[in-house]
Design a protein around this ligand. Structure first.
Ligand code: MSP
Length: 526
């Protein structure tokens, strides 16, 4: 059987500034998906990159007295460094100013022009300069406000090329109906369906007023509209129409699963324009679109204009990478919005990481040292009814975890793992190892208890790997586990074990004093 191949992408980020924890969320969850599949030894390709063209970037560069290329080079470098610091495991980093990408965009545009899916016309409508989008009378309403960003729009007239969306309207609706998992979650799918049903207008896909973009080959006074340019990244990075297309064949045409992770604000582009482009190009629509909500601050959406931005490294430098990755994945149910406040962050850190996980690790290792000089092995049998309860739960959690991580429901998957951690903590209180330790005749019972805790931690360490690899590795080293014992295929309770744990447990997550931390953060932000 051919090996399964997975392709996961993030949106490509506007190179107008640095990504904050809101938009780095897309990258972290895509990374979790990629890491999960690599843990399973699935062939996986993970793409992220930068969206570098358009007026906003032209303007931002001019403000800094730089050329657009110099400006985006600087941001792209800083962003790829950031991803390295967040241990993002992307296989490629596509930039829309890359020559390979420009080549694909020009070929794609040219093909659609030749096929008659793109035609030259002229446009009169309401234009939003910051969003670089035209809108209809109904969309801007009486107050002439951009439906996307809420800013004022103005009347504009422009010669432009149009993509014939109307032609594909019914085909798209049929496609969505025949592929119920194309858009996830379900509620978002309904929004897209009603948008398409309300009637698609042909889309203006070129601009004559902007210089910083990909010139249309057939008519270079036009540059390609940023969204057509940007969406094409998903195949230009795989070599589509720009040279060796073996990656395109493997990760697109023959992919087991392709997932585009996007925020809810850009769903329409991915679930309407992109599949229509694919139809026009005869590129198979093999992908699914996973739309996530926003990370909100107390004041609403995180944004530069509100001045409420938190940058990933602000969190990492204070509390470590795994705490950030855990929080992002844990606090954001797919589809709904999640909240970021420092209070909530510190609370999750203390409760989930320091207390639940951290304590289970340190208590277990300390007891194995104290009672058995660090040696652990499988006991001759189960001595307690709690053993079966714990084992049954472990089995269920493993199943749930696999199911949830497969389906991109990482939050549910983490909940499942933490239910096992809590149960194991309770198991310590139920079996009271300190009492067994006092009784010479109960040594095998005591080993049985230690073994159960040890097994739970081994399983937990495997399951958290895609989210918090550093902590997973530390726990595995502390437990003295070998490579084979922490493989995905070893995700089963009850392995034979004869290991030695580390002498003194490390402090994985040091409990924080809420008030002290908040004072420090507020002090630094002044
Ligand atoms: N350049 C386009 C995407 C083109 S993809 C072919 C773009 N870039 S962006 O930098 O503005 O946004 C990138 C992603 O960040 C989007 O998915 C957007 O939804 C997401 N987020 C921006 N702010 C966010 C939050 N506060 N919370 C979660 N995600 C947010 O759009």
């Amino acid at each position: 059987m051919a090996k399964k191949s997975y392709y996961v992408t993030t949106p490509i980020y506007y190179a107008s500034g640095m990504v904050h924890i809101g938009n780095s969320y897309s990258t972290v969850v895509a990374d979790v998906f990629a890491r999960y599949h690599r843990l399973k030894k699935d062939d996986t390709f993970f793409l992220t990159g930068m969206d570098e063209h358009g007026l906003k970037i032209e303007e931002a560069a001019a403000k800094k007295g730089m050329s657009p290329q110099e400006f985006v080079d600087d941001i792209a470098l800083k962003t790829s460094e950031l991803w390295k610091n967040l241990k993002i495991t992307n296989d490629d980093f596509i930039r829309t100013s890359d020559a390979r990408h420009v080549k694909t965009v020009q070929a794609v545009f040219d093909r659609m022009l030749k096929n008659g899916d793109i035609y030259l016309g002229s446009y009169e409508g309401w234009y939003c300069t910051p969003c670089e989008s035209f809108w209809t009378d109904t969309q801007v309403g009486e107050n002439h406000i951009c439906p996307d960003c809420g800013r004022e729009v103005h009347k504009a007239h422009e010669e432009c090329y149009f993509l014939n969306l109307k032609k594909y309207q019914q085909q798209l609706l049929d496609y969505i109906e025949a592929h119920p998992d194309f858009i996830q979650p379900e509620t978002r799918k309904n929004e897209v369906v009603s948008f398409v049903q309300s009637g698609l207008e042909d889309l203006c896909v070129s601009r004559t007023t902007i210089k910083w973009g990909v010139p249309v080959l057939a008519n270079p006074k036009h540059v390609v509209y940023v969204w057509i340019d940007a969406l094409t990244n998903y195949i230009s990075a795989l070599g589509y129409e720009n040279g060796d297309d073996s990656l395109y064949k493997k990760y697109w045409e023959n992919a087991t699963e392709i997932i585009h992770v996007v925020g809810k604000d850009i769903l329409r582009f991915h679930a309407v324009y992109w599949p229509i482009m694919c139809m026009a190009l005869n590129v198979p629509i093999n992908f699914k679109v996973y739309a996530h909500g926003w990370i909100l601050m107390k004041e609403g959406k995180m944004s530069k204009s509100k001045g409420n931005l938190v940058y990933p490294m602000d969190v990492v430098n204070r509390y470590g990478l795994d705490a950030l990755r855990y929080y992002l994945v844990k606090e954001m149910p797919l589809g709904n919005d999640g909240l970021f406040t420092w209070e909530r962050f510190i609370e999750r850190f203390n409760v989930d990481l320091a207390n639940d996980l951290g304590n289970l690790v340190s208590r277990t290792i300390s007891m194995i040292n104290k009672y058995f000089g660090g040696k652990i092995r499988k006991a001759d049998k189960n001595y307690f009814s709690f053993d079966e309860e714990l084992e049954t739960l472990a089995k269920k959690v493993i199943e749930d975890y696999k199911h949830d991580f497969e389906a991109f429901h990482f939050q549910d998957g983490l909940d499942a793992i933490w239910s096992l951690i809590s149960r194991a903590n309770k198991y310590i209180d139920e079996t009271t190892p300190w009492v067994l330790a006092k009784d010479e005749s109960k040594q095998e019972e005591l080993m049985d208890v230690m073994y159960h805790l040890y097994e739970v931690l081994r399983l937990v360490s495997i399951m958290i790997t895609p989210v918090m690899e550093d902590s997973a590795k530390t726990i595995q080293e502390e437990l003295g586990l070998n490579k084979e014992e922490v493989e995905f295929t070893a995700l089963e309770f009850g392995r034979d074990t004869e290991n030695t744990v580390i002498e003194k447990p490390l402090v994985l997550f040091k409990r924080l004093n809420m008030q002290e931390e908040l004072d420090k953060i507020n002090g630094d932000n002044k």
